[in-house]
Every structure is written in C-alpha cells, then in structure tokens.
Unconditional design. Sequence first.
Lengths: 329, 522
Amino acid sequence: MGSIFQIILQRLALGLVTLLVVSMVIFVAVNALPGDFAQAILGQGATEEAVTQIRADLGLDQNYFLRYFGWLGNVLTGNLGISFAQMNFASNMGGDQLVGVAEQIMPRFRATMFLAGVTAMIAVPISITLGILAALYRNSLFDRAVNIATLSSISSPEFFLAYILILVLAVLNPVFPSLSNVYDGMPLGEKLNRTMLPALTLTLVVTAHMMRMTRAAIINLLASPYIEMARLKGISPMRVIVRHALPNALAPIINVIALNLAYLITGVVVVEVVFVYPGIGQLFVDSVKIRDIPVVQACCLIFAAAYILLNLMADILSILSNPRLRHPK
Amino acid sequence: MAEQLLKIRNLKIEGRSDEVWNPIINGIDLDLKKGEVLGLIGESGAGKSSVGLAAMGFTRDGCRISGGSVEFDGVDLVTASAAVKRGMLGKRIAYVAQSAAASFNPAHRLLDQHTEAPVQHRVQSRSESELDGIELYQRLRLPDPDNIGFRYPHQVSGGQLQRAMTAMAMSCRPDLIIFDEPTTALDVTTQIEVLAAIRDIVEQFDTAAIYITHDLAVVAQMADRIKVLLRGDEVEEADTRSMLSDPKEDYTKSLWAVRSFKRPSKPAVLKGATPIVSLKNVSAAYGKSPVLFDVDFDIHAGRTVAVVGESGSGKSTAARCITGLLPPSQGHIEFNGEALPLDYRKRSKDQLRQAQMIYQMADTALNPRSRIGDIIGRPVQFYSGLTGTAKRKRVEELLVQIEMEPSLYIDRLPGELSGGQKQRIGIARALAAEPQFIICDEVTSALDQLVAEGILRLLAQLQDDLGLSYMFITHDLATVSAISDEVVVMKDGVLSSRVQKQKCSSHRTILIRIFCCHQCLK
C-alpha cells in the first residue's frame, strides 16, 4: 500500500503546482479583459479624474507583479479580498460593513454544490444502469432507443431542455416549482423540491457521456478471454457484465464521471439563469460584466480547484480500482 | 463398453469476414465415451479450437454453427436454448483456456473465481466449494494450497495459474473438460509439471476430456485417441499407439517428420579466431532491478549459438544489450574484436548494420500500414542508399532469397500474409541491412511446427549462403537441437553452462545436460 500513498502524494503535489500555474493564467487573463472596474461603473460620461480616483482607491494603478503577488499572498493566508463593488459603495456612500469575497461567494458556492450533488445523485446511477443495460442488450431496440434519447438530450441547448421541463412538470402538471430561489436555512425537503427542475435539466445534459462511456468500456472488454471464460462457466449474461466486465471497466467510467461533475460545478450558468437559481455561475458572470476582479479571480480559482480536485479523485479511484496496484506482487 | 458421452455429427462452422460467411469446419464427426481422452491436433487455423468450443455449444463472435448436431448426454447443444446450455456449461462441461493469465478475471481472487460456478449452479455452498478448491489445489500440487486462492491472478505465475484453472474446471466435477492448448504458452520445464498434474487429476476423477494441441509430444502423453485436423477437415483418427507408430495419411506423416530436421555438425572453431560477437562480463538492469549478472560468451562467424532458458532468465535482455537498446551497466561488447559503444545512439551506421534482429511476434513487429516493399525497402535505402528502381530490384532479390514470389507479395500489406510469411518478411528486413550477425528472438515459438520448420530450414540455408552468425533465443529444446552449433543456458540472469554440440552424441545429451543444470541450480 506504501506505493499508493506515494502516488497520491505525488498527484496532490502536482495538483498544487497546477493550481499555482492556473492562478497566474487567471490573473493575466482577467487583467487582459478590455476596460476595468472604474470605466465599467462610471459609464460613458466618466471624467478622467473620476476614473483615476477610483483606480487609485482600488489599487488598480499599481504594477502587475505587485498586484499578483499581493493577491497570491492574501489567497494563501485565506483572504480572498473585498469586492470592488462593495469598496466603491463604502467609499462613496459611507458605511463600513464590508463583506469579504469569501463570505459573498460562500452561500452561492454551497447552493452550487447542492445542485451538483443532487444532480449527481440522480444522473450517475441512471447513467451507469442505462450503460450496463445498453451493453447487455447491445444493438437491440432498447440500446438504440437509449442512445438516441441521451444523444438528443445532450445535443439540445440547455435552456431549451429547461423550458420543456418547465412546460411539462411545472405548467401542464404542476409537480415542481419553476423558480428555484433557494436560500440557506430553507428546510431540506423544500430545498430539494425547488432544486428538482434544474437538477433534472442537468441530468439530461450529463447522462449521455457517462452512459455511453459505461456502455463502450464494458463492450470493449466483452471480447477478452476472461469474459469468454465466464460465459463458458455458465454464468448468466447479467452477472457476466456486472461482476466480470464492470470491475475492469471502472477506470474510464470514473474519469468521465469526474469530468461531468466538474462541469456541474463550473458550467451551469444558463440553467441557473433560467431557474433563477442563486448559484456561483450567475455571480461569476455578473462580476465579469463589471470587471469586479477580486470576485472573478476567486470564482476562477474555485473552478480550477474543483477541476483539479475531481480529476485527482478520479485518478486515485482508478488506481484503487486496479488490483495490480492495490495488491502488488 | 463405456457409455457414450459426446456425439458430434457432421458439424459445420462458418466464420464471417468481409460480410461473407466462410466455412471453418466442413462436417466433422466426433465421439467420446465417459472417461476417455481425445487428442485434437492440427496447425493453427485447422479449426481445433472451434471444434472444442462447439462441443460446448459455443462459438466465438463472428462464427456460427451452420449445420450438424452436438449431442451431449442426449441433449443437442446446437438447438438447445441459451438457458439449457448455461445449465450445462461449467457444471457438466468445463473449459480450460490457452492463456490462463488472460482467462482469469484480473479483478477477483482465484478462489472467488473458483467458487463461482459451483455456487451459481447450486452444486455446493460457498464454504464447501472453498474447501474443495483448496483440496484440488493440493491435488494439483500448487504451492501453499491453503492460501494461494486468496491471491489475485497477477500475483501467481503462469504455470500455477494454468493449474488453478484446471482446478476451477474441476470445481463442479464435470463429465467433460475441453483443454484448449493449456500448456502452449508455458516454458518447457513448467509445461511438464502442468501436464503431469492435468493427467493425474483427469485420471483420478475419470473425467472425459478433449485435449487440443499442436504439440505431438504432449498429445502422446495425454490422449487415448488422436484426431488430426487440417483446414476444417478430419485427416484421420486412431488410438494413440497406432497413430504414433503407423500414421496412414501423408499429412500426419509430415507432422511426425518435422522433428527430424537437423543440421549437420560443423567443424570446430579454429583456436585463436576472433569471434564475431563477444560479450565480456556484461551486467544489466532495468531501472534499479538487476536482471543480468556478469554474462560472458562468444559467437563465432558462421555459427549458431542457441541461448536457452525459462522466461525471465535474461535471454532477451542479453540481446538488448548486444543491440545497444539497453546499455549494460557493466562490461562491454566486442564486434570482430572491436569494442562497440554501449548505447546504440552512439554507434555508427556501419556498426548498426552489422547486427540485426528478428522478433518473436511478426504480427507486431511489422507496421500494419506499410506495404511489404516499403517494409523491406526502408532498411535497404537507409543502409545502402539505394533508391528508385535499384531499391526495388534489391527488395525483389531479398524476396527471392526468402522464397517468396516478388510480383505476388511486394505490394501486399502484412495483414494479407500468413504467420509464417510475416516471419519471412521479418527475416528479409534483417537481411536488407546485409548484416554479419542476426539475433533471432524466439522467431518460431509463435508458429506451427510445419511452418516453424520451414523458417528454420530457411535460416539454415541463408547461413550457408551468406555466412551469417545467429544468436538464437528460444525455450524450445527441439529447435535447439535442430539448428544450433553451441548452446548457452541461462538461469536467473546468470550464464549457467555452455555446451559444444559436437561434443554431445545426440541432442538427448544436451537436453539431459540442460535439465541437469537446472537441477543443480535449484
């Protein structure tokens, strides 16, 4: 087992290095955006002095390196900074109740994680079951129907799927509410009820990948000698697939699941907008619009960390699914 | 008169390729009584495995049983429903596959796989079956039978896996076991152990068996009767003794005659002659794990040195050292008395040209996307600088040398050739560099006996015509006796003995000596 911990530590260290590189990319990219907060907030009629004044207030006039390392140092000590919008409001309108970016993002992030979690809970079991069944009845009518259904749902735009679901499940048959304005402290049942429509929409979006990878990974193995051996032992087809093929097909499936979970955390702005869901995606887009750099950077960093962490977990789980690595000679 | 167990009548099997169904088996009859062992023998492509699987009512993907009947204990497996067949498979008819390493599921422990069939068929409970498994492991003389079942397949050696698979086939005490070349993938020494274990257990439980192999020596040990197949047709069938002593058909006789090919002895090497290749105290390691220790031998001009040993003994590593693919950690390599740079990247083109290699798997050693003319033409151009028609002419010469008609083959892809022809292309590619020395790494072990013999004869002919020296890596002792002038035995990365062939009266002596060496080293 020693070697596995070594591998995990290595990957973890590599993940941290990646995160550092990503932080640089984020900083450069965000600063390469045309215009800045001062111009965005003051609009077209801005005077030169006002713009300079706001820039000086926010520290935007300092040199890039100073700002990057200042930001990096703050992030490393757990301080994500204060949103420009808040600072500007405070300096012009008075009031000293400044809320940090971390506190601002937290409820949004929790909501996003909740939505992603609910979606994963629905989508992962469904995709894997469908994938197994499609592999079992491969090339049958069932297989084709599942493929066509999942492929059409992934090919349709998310807002379109969302509106269809609203039409069917909220307007024609009022099962779930079409607005998903959840907030912290809402009872879990109510929260689940309101989250259901966005979660179902996202399920339709992510199922195809996972289901098709499960199917392909299993079918890939069906020609191997140990599957033939299992068949020749008189094992039932379902057991052949679940017990003999699936454990050996886990690595690619885990990787696709991780990619899709990362997508659920980082890429669901459209669904949030349609259902008025208070997730991190909306906050991110709004902040980009007004060039609120501390928020944008914090969101990017969270997205990157989510990607890296999920991929890391996928790597580790794939390693653990391989008996050669779990039980060395 | 024992009871009839299996009755195959006019069995026809077809395989699908390029949207057409081609016949694989054209009507074969087969009878097997309870407790009887039938040997099924033939080259690859003869349809042995197809017949063996059909005896279980099973065909591989892309094949179908197109006619005839397979009656097992009164039930026709061709027409039986999938559920009826599943009830028989594993329980009454079991299968032992060629490669145990590939046929055990890598994700489960041996004993878990062993108990699966008895538990699923409700023959035994899980705990009964585990105890029974341990007893079978004991009978098959597996080391540490109490615990070996708790290992994963990759933690167990090939020979042990093959015995564990035989135990697994025995788990429901079937009436019939199909053995599909169970020892082909093993080393000579392991082969004998596995064979003996299989023979004993089949006798103990009075199980009927169909034993599929291309190795006569094996089938003679195992079978009561032998059936010879050739391209989907039966050649002849007789009980083992009369088949061995008095084969009726020409094809059978030719199978028997393969083992008779033998090179005449060459005169002794002159004292003081410089060897073509000389390994001086060579040690080598893969990463940090050492595999070769202080190996030292010479290969003289126009001679064949066979390097034998079990897999993992360092034979191929020695070859990699000579070619410079794996620079030795100690020692050096001399070519015609001159020390070669250890790393192939530091050798001159001429030094590279002198030593060529022919590989075990011709399938993977040839680029499937290149035409034969390009495969051979590339080294011709690289080493001799010929281009255009001169290059093509040289390629044609080489094809003639390996006894393949240039106009027929020069524009083909490797996929359009048979295994033996692919290996010939491998030889031509090595010859294209006009080397003095060729390393043959198990070049015949993936081939049938008849085809292998053709390759050996060709190599011998080329040696006489061109004065080549060979380093012949093999674990097949019949090949050693056929072609070698000198034998080097390796074990665990150490050179354990050298035998001059002319000093031995016959190849038997070499065999005995080699086995003695093994015994001494154990």
